[in-house]
Design a protein around this ligand. Structure first.
Ligand SMILES: Nc1ncnc2c1ncn2[C@@H]1O[C@H](COP(=O)(O)OP(=O)(O)OP(=O)(O)O)[C@@H](O)[C@H]1O
Ligand SMILES: [Mg+2]
Length: 297
């Protein structure tokens, strides 16, 4: 059993041994975040704190989810679900409803190109990618076409707001009439299902009791809402993130959720991983000089 914790530095070990949530791990790139949380999961199972099939580990990209699964497999842990937020949402929707929510629209560009072509002349040739980014901006903040304009705040849409609201509405309408759902819909539909269906939310809370989130700095309102519904006021959560590298800023991700975790859960175990196992000391010194200027501090 001790082998699970072997080679961890004292801080990593402290986090891995904290088998009860909430645990908040703040760390930079290459500091062993994924190492630490996968060892912690293995320790949760080995120590009997959690059964492996009660654990749900989520992250953002397929690559990162595959990495978690591979590391858990190397640690000999079987039966833990390690998925992206989207794939967890899709699986849960499908399980609850007994059918898939629709065909998944993997790119918005085609539909938005068609809609874009009907815009007044000066806006007609706006790249569909800009419109897609805007629709995602809105949906990641849980804005609907009706609430879009009021929800803009300081944000500048790529075309005038009233036109953009029309594009957004048209996009939603065409998508629905073709029986399609986009990636944000997977999360939104799951959140709504849990908000409205107490049986469904009770079932998911019965099934999963311990949650782990890797790359938590990338979480946005949709994903945070889903996580809170899973937790249902509970606190069996371990979140690890890098307060400097919120790469998904445009999707509405905000390191605030990460930094706010310890405030929301005053009894959380907070660990900082300072050691970097990837970069040379020279690269690190430079990075440490630069990061505060990038607005991370
Ligand atoms: N205590 C340690 N001793 C030696 N090597 C370690 C230790 N912790 C982590 N490493 C090594 O450092 C590298 C980075 O680890 P890991 O992928 O867990 O970091 P990360 O913080 O998740 O990185 P990223 O920011 O890329 O997600 C890996 O090769 C890992 O084996
Ligand atoms: Mg990692």
């Amino acid at each position: 059993m001790e082998a699970i914790l072997e080679g961890l530095n004292p801080e990593q070990r402290r986090a891995a041994e904290a088998v009860r949530g909430p645990v908040c791990i703040l760390a930079g790139a290459g500091s062993g975040k994924t190492t630490t949380i996968t060892r912690r999961i293995a320790w949760q199972v080995a120590s009997g704190a959690c059964r492996s099939d009660e654990i749900l580990a989520v992250t953002f990209t397929d690559k990162a989810a595959a990495e978690m699964r591979a590391r858990l497999a190397r640690l000999g842990v079987e039966g833990v679900e390690a998925r992206t937020f989207h794939s967890a949402a899709l699986a849960q929707l499908t399980r609850s409803r007994g059918e898939r929510p629709g065909r998944i629209l993997s790119t918005k560009a085609l539909l938005l190109r068609q809609i874009g072509n009907s815009l007044p002349r000066p806006y007609r040739f706006r790249p569909a990618g800009d419109l897609a980014t805007e629709v995602e901006w809105a949906k990641n903040r849980r804005l609907t076409p009706d609430g879009y304009r009021a929800g803009l705040g300081e944000h500048e849409p790529p075309i005038p707001a009233d036109l953009m609201a029309r594009v957004f509405r048209d996009y939603e309408r065409r998508k629905a009439s073709s029986g399609l759902v986009d990636f944000e819909d997977l999360l939104e539909l799951t959140v709504r299902m849990y908000e409205q269906d107490e049986w469904a939310v009770a079932a998911v809370r019965e099934r999963y009791r311990c949650f782990t989130v890797d790359e938590y700095q990338d979480v946005n309102l949709l994903q945070q809402s889903l996580l809170e519904l899973w937790l249902g006021g509970g606190d069996e959560v371990c979140a690890v993130g890098d307060d400097y590298q919120s790469i998904y800023g445009f999707t509405g991700a905000s390191p605030e959720w990460l930094l706010g975790l310890a405030t929301r859960f005053p009894h959380a175990t907070v660990v900082r991983l300072e050691e970097n196992y990837r970069s040379s000391p020279q690269v690190l010194a430079l990075a440490n000089r630069l990061t505060p200027k990038l607005g991370g501090a």
